[in-house]
Ligand binder design. Structure first.
Ligand SMILES: [Mn+2]
Length: 445
């Protein structure tokens, strides 16, 4: 088998010789960043392109091959190699789980780090691979590394530390002056008051979404609300007072201890773009979530007007999530090992159950959001790492419980989903609670 470096270099030289490339990518932060980085490299090389961002990949569309020389699929596709091969010449750059060996027919280039012993969770994602192709097309494309890093952060590749191909990209980007790694506060915004007021991760009860309370809180601890986040970060005394007071608030509101962060974190500053990796990833993610992924793509393509609009979608998306989180505790019902609530905003269930169980709901119980979808209920479930380490497996429990009422479910031990007939909700909840109790017992007194 060819090495992944050889695969990337050979795809890069192929791309430079083509007239028109069709790019298909996922609508999340990683997929949009990957698409933007590759399209920008194609544009610089004088290759025409057309980019489509998909919410989910059902089956490849034959139209993609109608007038293009090559279809490049990013951040997905490892599960549809054969179908792609039947339609025509394709390249698939994915980092998700493989079906079988991943071997592809001769008209498909299949690049997946998992086939080369590289971790697809921390070592490479869609934007990693798209960036490496762009860099192989022209080393001057190193100025696109910040967008790739935004995509890696959006994919949560940094959790547990970047590894594999990501590490090398970070090193080269630092050497080129595109990125600076600095220790900073887990706060994102221009002023410290804006950052706190818009904070959902963590969600601070009484501060998030409450600007008057934020200003009073900051004044009480001697911080001018109009100071920038960087002003506070550069004053170690103020920064540590702020961090310890915020940590105390999280403890008081019953946040799972694993989510009480009192320490500084690595931030990835992009001096030439006047932003950082977490901000950029939030901006791009929000455009996909609000149904305008083209704005996110234009941000990555370097359009300053898109960046302005992206800042507005970021604020709007955060407000939407906040509306769901404010008062969530009062709208949540607890059984023994499960707690559940109704969500009314499509595609928001996972964010609410995840942020809910992390910061404001009971950390001893898995959190379940029910979202109506025609005659069905869609279920998004999240647990804590502590529960998973005690043996809780939400994917297994959701799969069993949905199966007993004629639904389907699955996912990961800490984050899973299901779909069930709407009229069997109570029966499903009982089966889910039973399955979770069988895994981790009753809540200790
Ligand atoms: Mn991805």
């Amino acid at each position: 088998m060819q090495s992944i470096q050889d695969q990337i270099e050979s795809l890069a030289s192929t791309l430079k010789g083509l007239a028109f490339v069709r790019v298909i990518t996922h609508y999340d932060a990683d997929g949009i960043s990957a698409g933007g980085v590759l399209c920008r490299a194609l544009h610089r090389a004088g290759v025409r392109f057309h980019c489509t961002m998909l919410r989910e990949l059902k089956a490849p569309d034959p139209e993609w091959w109608s007038d293009s020389d090559l279809v490049v699929m990013l951040d997905m596709g490892s599960s549809v190699i054969e179908a792609m091969a039947q339609h025509g010449r394709s390249a698939i750059l994915d980092h998700h789980t493989l079906n079988g060996s991943g071997e592809a027919p001769p008209n498909v280039v299949h690049i997946n780090p998992r086939m080369h012993g590289i971790d697809g969770t921390t070592g490479a994602c869609g934007s990693t691979l798209a960036y490496l192709v762009a860099e192989a097309m022209d080393p001057a494309n190193v100025d696109l590394a910040p967008y790739a890093i935004g995509g890696m952060i959006g994919d949560r590749q940094f959790v547990g530390g970047f590894s594999g191909l990501n590490t090398g990209i970070l090193e080269r980007a630092i050497a080129a002056g595109e990125v600076e790694v600095v220790k900073g506060l887990p706060l994102f915004g221009t002023t410290v008051s804006e950052a706190l007021e818009l904070s959902n991760d963590p969600f601070y009860i009484g501060l998030s979404g409450e600007p008057d309370n934020v200003d009073a809180f900051l004044r009480e601890i001697g911080i001018d609300p109009s100071s920038t986040v960087e002003d506070v970060e550069s004053d170690p005394v103020k920064a540590s007072i702020l961090m310890s007071r915020l940590a105390l608030r999280l403890v008081d509101q019953g946040t799972a201890l694993e989510n009480v962060k009192e320490t500084f974190m690595d931030k990835y500053r992009f001096p030439k773009l006047h932003t950082d990796g977490f901000m950029l990833s939030n901006v791009i993610n929000s455009t996909g979530r609000l149904g305008v992924p083209g704005v996110g793509l234009s941000v990555v393509m370097g359009d300053p007007a898109a960046m302005e609009e992206g800042s507005r979608t970021r604020a709007q998306y955060r407000r939407n999530v906040q509306v769901g989180l404010i008062g969530l505790r009062d709208r949540t019902t607890a059984l023994e090992r499960v707690q559940y609530f109704t969500n009314t905003v499509p595609n928001m269930g996972g964010a609410l159950s995840g942020l809910g169980v992390s910061y404001i709901l009971d950390p001893h119980r898995a959190a379940i959001a029910f979202t109506e979808s025609g005659k069905d209920l869609k279920i998004s479930g999240r647990a804590t790492r502590a529960l998973v380490s005690q043996g809780l497996d939400l994917a297994d429990a959701l799969s069993k419980a949905s199966g007993t009422v004629g639904g389907v479910g699955g996912g990961h031990p800490i984050a899973a989903g299901a779909t069930i007939p709407a009229d069997r909700k109570d029966e499903f909840l009982q089966a889910l609670d039973d399955a979770l109790i069988a895994q981790v017992g009753l809540v200790p007194n």
